[in-house]
Design a protein around this ligand. Structure first.
Ligand SMILES: [Ca+2]
Length: 452
């Protein structure tokens, strides 16, 4: 009798196991893309921060692949978002995307509708798609996420909003549900967490792409316990930072924002675990650009970019080398990689992992799934930045920067902090990289001209 029972139990287990295998094979993985805002290379404990406590993101880093040479498409918010969501250099959409969209100047503009976004790619493959957070690629319909492939959108459209009153820098109510304004109350980071978990719960039975572009840790620098600042109808262009009693030390506010961001990541991961989705979800955590060390020399001790030179807005490494962690339990070997990757790589990589054909798309990014899944090195390539008058090109260890004066040349392998300009010693390399940069610019400008 005991033998029969054992046989029955083993048989049942096999049936269950086979059923699970079939489901896993039929169902492509969920994609969760969490993007922090203005989070510097040195702002996480797992990237060397001695002041910020980030246990949940550190746990992600320990369970996934941690990049030490990952770059945002631009050193500012809108440019990187345009690149990340399309897999293309944002300059292909025109010089407007060299810098952040502004509520005054760009009110009636947005990411062109002809741009094919990651949400459109995944939605057409049957995924449920959602964006909860800061859009900053258009301010009102028809330039919001619902017209760029997202089934659901909740959050803000401008570059920054009060974390408690959700009022934009220009004094507008800036909280949306799809294409409509929505009244809300709560701390922005926590609201986005709640929406994300609700979405995951609702879509546990079908593949989903969840994009969570947190506002944290962009100004206004307000932790959950800091006071609200903004009121409707008041312009905060000259007072956009929140209420900061000690302008020499913004760190306490930022620490609280980082802690809330970390808790959000922890809650999203916990919900995936609770629903049994963790093994079938690729989760990425990254930032849209480097951190502010100071703001206009008026506010100090804000973020850390670790050993890197420069900060948000510059084309030195501190402007665009950002934290990036990719987790897929059982599929991606935990560890650290020094391979060079970029915001534009996410779309082609996710698509490959999900088995979606991208043959018809113009993509600048690489499919980095061979690195993620097999640990294979990536092919050599050049990366380019243009942020208004500032420009840079990266080729292997070499980085050419034009930051207003003569071209500067650095060898990042020996000089990560970009302190020793080798341009005078290597004029041929400078010329070669400048030529590459000009060829790239001609190419992206052609794309932009075709949009007109
Ligand atoms: Ca940003």
């Amino acid at each position: 009798m005991r033998a029969h029972v054992s046989f029955f139990v083993v048989g049942l287990a096999l049936v269950v196991l086979c059923a699970e295998t079939v489901i896993a094979a039929e169902r492509p993985p969920n994609i969760v893309l969490i993007v922090a805002d203005d989070l510097g290379y040195g702002d996480l404990a797992c990237y060397g921060s001695m002041t910020n406590k980030t246990p949940h993101i550190d746990a992600l880093a320990a369970s996934g692949l941690r990049f030490v040479d990952f770059h945002s498409g631009g050193p500012m918010c809108s440019p990187t978002r345009a690149a990340m969501l399309t897999g293309q250099y944002q300059q292909r959409f025109g010089t407007r995307f060299d810098g952040p969209l502004s509520e005054e100047r760009d009110w009636d503009h947005g990411l062109p509708h002809t741009a094919v976004t990651i949400a459109e790619v995944f939605r057409s493959a049957g995924y449920a798609t959602a964006c909860f957070g800061k859009w900053h690629l258009g301010y009102h319909p028809p330039f919001l996420p619902p017209d760029q492939g997202f089934d659901e959108f909740r959050g803000l459209t401008s570059g920054d909003g009060d974390y408690h009153t959700q009022i934009s820098r220009a004094g507008r109510a800036d909280w949306w549900h799809n294409n409509e304004h929505e009244a809300t109350s709560g701390y922005t980071t926590d609201l986005l967490t709640r929406y994300s978990i609700e979405f995951i719960e609702q879509h546990r039975e079908r593949p989903f792409l969840l994009y969570v572009p947190h506002l944290a840790i962009h100004f206004p620098w307000q932790g959950p316990d800091d006071p609200p600042q903004r009121q409707l109808g008041t312009d905060y262009a000259d007072e956009k930072w929140g209420i900061i009693p000690d302008r020499n030390n913004v760190q306490p506010h930022v620490q609280a924002m980082v802690a809330a961001l970390d808790a959000s990541v922890g809650e999203i991961v916990a919900s995936l675990k609770r629903l049994g989705l963790e093994q079938n979800t690729v989760l990425v955590f990254t930032s849209d650009n480097g951190g502010y060390l100071h703001y206009d020399h008026k506010f100090h001790n804000i973020s850390s970019n670790g050993p890197l030179r420069g900060q948000k807005g510059t084309i030195y490494e501190g402007g665009h080398r950002v934290p990036a962690i990719v987790v897929w339990p059982g599929k991606i070997e935990p560890g650290e990689t020094a391979e060079i990757a970029h915001s534009t790589d996410l779309l082609p990589t996710f698509a490959r992992i999900a088995g979606i054909d991208t043959a018809g798309l113009t993509l600048d990014g690489f499919d980095i799934s061979p690195l993620l899944l097999q640990g294979r090195p990536l092919p050599e390539r050049r990366l380019f930045w243009r942020s208004e008058a500032r420009r840079a090109v990266r080729s292997g260890p070499w980085k050419l920067c034009v930051a207003g004066g003569a071209p500067e040349l650095y060898n990042l392998q020996d000089d990560l902090a970009e302190q020793h300009d080798l341009a005078a010693e290597q004029p041929e390399r400078v010329q070669e990289l400048l030529s590459a940069w000009h060829a790239w610019e001609a190419d992206v400008n052609r794309s932009a001209a075709e949009l007109q």
